[in-house]
Design a protein around this ligand. Structure first.
Ligand SMILES: C[S@@+](CC[C@H](N)C(=O)[O-])C[C@H]1O[C@@H](n2cnc3c(N)ncnc32)[C@H](O)[C@@H]1O
Length: 360
């Protein structure tokens, strides 16, 4: 049945190479294949899928990359979402879209991705889009850095507003025992790094905001090595640290997987990672006030990213302390927090237990 069906569907494919490749490379077609092929036969939809396979994007960002009208993009996204090829994640009044990559629940098979989306990305038009996408992502980073530069003068005060004052001890307890150098990622003005150093730890603080680091330098002096850098490209050597802490920074990250891979890279085997952040909330004003990208995070999103990066012994816990901020009307708001902890496997764990101890 499929060869005939494929021919019929492929008839509507406007890109002849795509049709030829599909005919050759999709022998094991699924029940959804005709509908999926039809969707991907439209160059705009193929283009959107190729972009959304590279980054989670808001409609405005897709407009900036492609130069297409917002209404046209929204219509195509609706079709792709209805077919299960694209998912959206709502964040207050914003919506972020990403491709549902090949997997059990996706109508997109590995073969179809390789036959349709990968060649589009690798082609001349795809390369132009990827370059424009890079520029949009660079602007996003620059906006985030600038927001944190502006916030630096206030952060020393506002970043230390916690209901109980137990947060730092709770994070440290989750990494205990912790022997060796510690990295504090997104260290800001040094709230956690200075405290860890005062307890005798060798601490490396990383942040992408120069103004935050200036404040941290004033607070920590030489007690903490401060480095300018991004969480998805850490200025830290492979296996340099025994523990990684990252407090209130993961909700700023567009790509949790990239940051998780970096965390695993810089940890020694057996090293610990502890990430503290806000649980999902609806305070949209935090975007403007704090430069936030996400309105809190599901602990599962952090767990998933660390798991995919190879972390083991993962767990999520509610933190007793709560972050306190003040809205534009001067009202104090308390935000519940979670922590996620895990470890980089030792070499033995990575390879699995010795054969003799395996239960067969
Ligand atoms: C909300 S502050 C938290 C600071 C500190 N961890 C604390 O608990 O006080 C977030 C910090 O993460 C930094 N940051 C945000 N996104 C980052 C990124 N992609 N790479 C490096 N630092 C980042 C910001 O510059 C800011 O200093």
């Amino acid at each position: 049945m499929y060869p005939a069906d494929l021919q019929k569907i492929a008839h509507t494919v406007e890109i002849s190479e795509l049709r030829d490749t599909l005919m050759k490379q999709v022998p094991a077609a699924t029940a959804n294949l005709p509908a999926t092929l039809k969707l991907l036969s439209d160059p705009v939809r193929l283009r959107l899928c190729a972009l959304l396979s590279q980054a989670e994007l808001a409609v405005q960002e897709l407009v900036a990359v492609t130069g297409l009208q917002q209404s046209r993009i929204s219509n195509h996204l609706s079709l792709l979402k209805r077919a299960g090829l694209v998912r959206d994640r709502r964040e207050g009044t914003w919506s972020f879209h990403s491709l549902v990559g090949p997997g059990a629940s996706s109508p997109l098979t590995e073969a179809l991705f390789a036959a349709a989306i990968a060649p589009w990305r690798a082609g001349a038009e795809g390369a132009v889009d990827t370059k424009a996408l890079q520029a949009v992502l660079d602007q996003r980073r620059a906006r985030s850095r600038e927001a944190h530069d502006r916030l630096a003068a206030r952060w020393s005060a506002s970043g230390e507003g916690f209901a109980l004052g137990t947060l730092r001890a709770e994070l440290l307890a989750a990494a205990w025992p912790c022997r060796g150098p510690i990295a504090d990622l997104g260290c800001g003005t040094g709230f956690l790094a200075s405290w860890l150093a005062s307890r005798g730890a060798v601490v490396v603080g990383v942040d992408h905001s120069e103004r935050m680091l200036e404040r941290a330098r004033a607070l920590c002096g030489d007690a903490v090595q401060l480095r300018l850098g991004e969480l998805d490209a850490l200025p830290v050597r492979d296996g340099e640290v025994a523990a990684v802490f990252a407090n209130l920074v993961w909700h700023h990250l567009p790509d949790l997987d990239a940051a998780a891979r970096e965390v695993l890279r810089v940890l020694q085997p057996g090293g610990t990672v502890v990430i503290g952040d806000l649980v999902p909330h609806r305070a949209d004003w935090m975007r403007e006030a704090m430069g936030d990208l996400r309105l809190g995070l599901e602990p599962e999103a952090v767990l998933g990213a660390l798991l995919r990066a190879g972390a083991v012994d993962l767990r999520a816990e509610r933190v007793a302390d709560r972050y306190c901020a003040t809205d534009a009307a001067g009202q104090g708001v308390e935000f519940p927090m979670f922590l996620v902890a895990g470890r980089k496997p030792t070499a033995m764990q990575a390879e699995g237990p010795p054969a003799a101890s395996r239960v067969l």
